[in-house]
Design a protein around this ligand. Structure first.
Ligand SMILES: [Zn+2]
Length: 297
């Protein structure tokens, strides 16, 4: 059974605004926000005490929300609709809210949806990268995803192996002899495949052991057709390109294939098995929605 990339129809649905019931979301507790309404309050009255970690700021100079370490602009539109809706379009968060919903409430809702928004952002960034010509995609300063982190490629003449620096979100690539884009791509892919061999095997072992399931064999796949597969004999194959995604996404695919050890279909009992292996699997599943093999590097 296969974990397939979503089709293009799925991708379209992700661009639609997702409605959130303002009243239901207002019950989410524990999020403290200090906000300035660009219309009502420009005096600084609502400034944070400095003790509150703010990920969302709505202010005259331009509201933004921090997602995955990036400042994403927010566009707020008031309307007569009854619920708060939001979407991530062209790298911007667009929020439509009823006039009566206070800004603090909108901030709460955005915070509540931050994981969903982060997934939409990543999906958009993957599609943007895909629009680039290979020469621009595999050049110094280009962005590439590794373990769900948007990393910039840095070509260095004095290196002999690819190095990933998570702190600065940089992938350093040996560039002695002025490699062309294909050579840069091959070096990055070589690094990722070596990482995949270890990381994917490790996640598989961790989830298998934690859930008491056992597989017979593991191997990496290279085909741009599926994320993973599992045979009747318990041979699990995982696509090396999965290392471009977060551990949450990787764990979902691993749990999905492990669940096929029990059910070879996608029946109700199969999904129950996925949930037993990885209770929070939906978060990772969401990260693959709308992602096609054309959009991964
Ligand atoms: Zn499956």
């Amino acid at each position: 059974m296969k974990t397939k990339p979503s089709d293009s129809q799925n991708q379209l649905s992700l661009l639609e605004a997702e409605g959130v019931d303002a009243n239901a979301a207002s019950s989410t507790q524990g999020i403290t926000k200090t906000l300035q309404d660009p219309k009502q309050n420009s005096s600084g009255q609502g400034e944070s005490t400095g003790r509150v970690r703010r990920t969302i700021e709505l202010r005259r100079s331009g509201p933004f929300m921090e997602l995955d370490g990036q400042k994403i602009p927010i566009e707020l539109n008031r309307s007569r609709r009854r619920t708060v809706g939001m979407t991530l379009l062209e790298g911007r968060i667009k929020v439509t809210a009823p006039n009566w919903v206070p800004l603090a409430e909108i901030a709460n809702i955005l915070d509540y949806k931050s994981r969903w928004l982060t997934n939409r952002l990543k999906e958009w960034q993957l599609r943007q990268a895909n629009k680039l010509e290979p020469e621009a995609r595999w050049a110094h300063g280009a962005t590439i995803q590794f373990l769900g982190q948007a990393c910039s490629l840095s070509l260095r003449a004095n290196l002999d192996e690819v190095i990933w620096d998570a702190k600065t979100a940089t992938i350093f690539v040996p560039a002695a002899g002025a490699p062309n884009h294909e050579q840069v791509r091959d070096r990055v892919h070589g690094f990722m495949q070596a990482q995949a061999k270890e990381i994917l095997k490790e996640r598989l072992d961790i989830l298998a052991e934690r859930s008491g399931r056992s597989y017979s064999k593991f191997s990496l796949t290279h085909a741009r057709t599926r994320w993973g597969s599992c045979t009747q004999e318990g041979h699990i194959r995982l696509n090396w390109r999965l290392v471009q995604f977060s551990l949450q996404v990787i764990d979902y695919v691993v749990a999905h294939e492990l669940a096929h050890l029990k059910a070879m279909d996608h029946s109700r009992s199969f999904w129950d098995e996925v949930a037993t292996i990885l209770p929070d699997y939906k978060a990772g599943q969401q990260g693959l929605k709308g992602v096609t093999f054309e959009s991964v590097s």
